[in-house]
Design a binder for this molecule. Structure first.
Ligand code: PLP
Length: 384
């Protein structure tokens, strides 16, 4: 287990790891080595190019080994967003998919893409019912699947705001029974759940390096060997024609190292995350009576994430600002790309009325118990 804080975070309490994570030292070291020692283009046939090519294929092997799939099923992209866009757009533009079944709790990387698909009439978009705790109705999903041919189901493995986990085996079973394809957004799940994609019944999965102490701007798309899709980006034919553009070799080396480190001593790392979360739950209950945990996060859900509505008249922005001034970074449950806080579509889908401020607390293996205790003191002060 990594003990203590990263040097660059010494002065901050960083509890916003669902937004992004700091680079692991091992990742920085590998990326630095690639930057200084491997200048070649992986498509070049000379020695320097071949060195870069070997690096990419080694990274692919590492990632495939951890996700329990074949290296031929792994493609590097620029982000989780690109991986999701690739599958959604390709599926409908190929005319193979006429219906997409998703949920209102998905990330904007899915929801805004579905808006375009719907507006342009490229496919029908359906939303499966979810309850007040954010659970997907499997009965409704089955109904939608039986009513709509040529379907793709797009449901996230772990929710980024409330941490709910998808019963993906049941979803996969329904998809297979109804001849539908299954795409999952695994961006928040990697590093926090053991994943065995080969036996999952999932056809496509999207991952993102910066959520598990890898670099920003690099993602992974898993495409099961039994299905094919067209690329989203055309050009030099890199990534076996699936994703053109000269490969981001620093990012690729970084994401593979980040995954390797995240899954080394995995049980120990996840036990630490669970213990941090439990300590925070107990302390919040003790100090803020009337605190409400959103979704499934109190008892189940992602082991590193808590979404809590606090019983105060303070506005969410005010509370976050005060915490920020005191050196604590958390999220308000929803942040737009502009940095401005908007109301959360996930809270809307849960039927929350936005009266109580929501704080999303998300841990990493670099967080400590002392930080949890300090956070509670800072929150008590900000709360007054
Ligand atoms: N999906 C989820 C659940 C996320 O939390 C994020 C990032 O916040 C994304 C997709 C997008 O990933 P990326 O930042 O790599 O584009």
């Amino acid at each position: 287990m990594t003990k203590g804080k990263l040097p660059l975070l010494k002065k901050m309490i960083y509890f916003d790891n669902a937004a992004t994570t700091p680079l692991a030292p091992e990742v920085i070291s590998v990326m630095h080595q690639v930057m200084t020692e491997i200048p070649g283009n992986p498509s070049s046939t000379h020695a320097l190019g071949r060195k870069a090519r070997v690096l990419i294929e080694d990274a692919r092997l590492t990632v495939a080994g951890i996700l329990k799939v074949s290296p031929a099923e792994i493609f590097f992209t620029s982000s989780g967003t690109e991986a999701l866009n690739t599958v959604l757009f390709s599926a409908v533009l190929d005319s193979r998919i006429k219906n997409i079944i998703s949920s209102r709790l998905e990330h904007h990387a899915v929801l805004h893409t579905l808006e375009i698909i719907d507006k342009r009439g490229w496919a029908n978009v359906h939303f499966v019912n979810t309850d007040a705790a954010g659970h997907v109705s499997l009965i409704h999903l089955e109904e939608l699947l039986s009513e709509n041919e040529k379907s793709m189901v797009c449901l996230m493995l772990a929710n980024n705001e409330i941490g709910n986990l998808l019963p993906y085996k049941e979803v996969a079973e329904l998809c297979h029974k109804n001849d539908a394809l299954f795409l999952t957004d695994a961006v928040q799940a990697v590093g926090k759940m053991k994943l065995n994609l080969a036996n999952s019944g999932i056809h496509f999965a999207a991952c993102s390096g910066h959520k598990f102490h890898g670099p920003k701007g690099i993602g992974i798309l898993y495409i099961n060997k039994d299905v094919t899709i067209s690329p989203l980006i055309y050009g030099g034919g890199q990534e076996r024609e699936m994703r053109s553009g000269t490969e981001n070799i620093y990012g690729i080396a970084g994401i593979a190292k980040a995954m390797e480190v995240s899954y080394a001593s995995f049980d120990e790392k996840t036990a630490h995350l669970r213990a941090l979360k439990n300590r925070m739950i107990e302390a919040l209950k003790l100090n803020f009576s009337g605190a409400i945990f959103n979704g499934d996060c109190e008892s189940n859900g992602l082991i590193n994430l808590l979404s809590v509505s606090l019983p105060t008249k303070s506005r969410s922005e005010m509370l976050l600002q005060r915490l920020d001034m005191d050196g604590v970074a958390v999220s308000g449950g929803s942040a737009c790309s502009s940095g401005a806080l908007g109301t959360s579509h996930v809270m809307d889908a849960l039927g929350k009325n936005h009266e109580l401020p929501v704080i999303r607390i998300s841990f990493s293996r670099y967080n400590t118990f002392e930080e949890v205790d300090q956070f509670i003191e800072v929150l008590k002060k900000a709360y007054k």
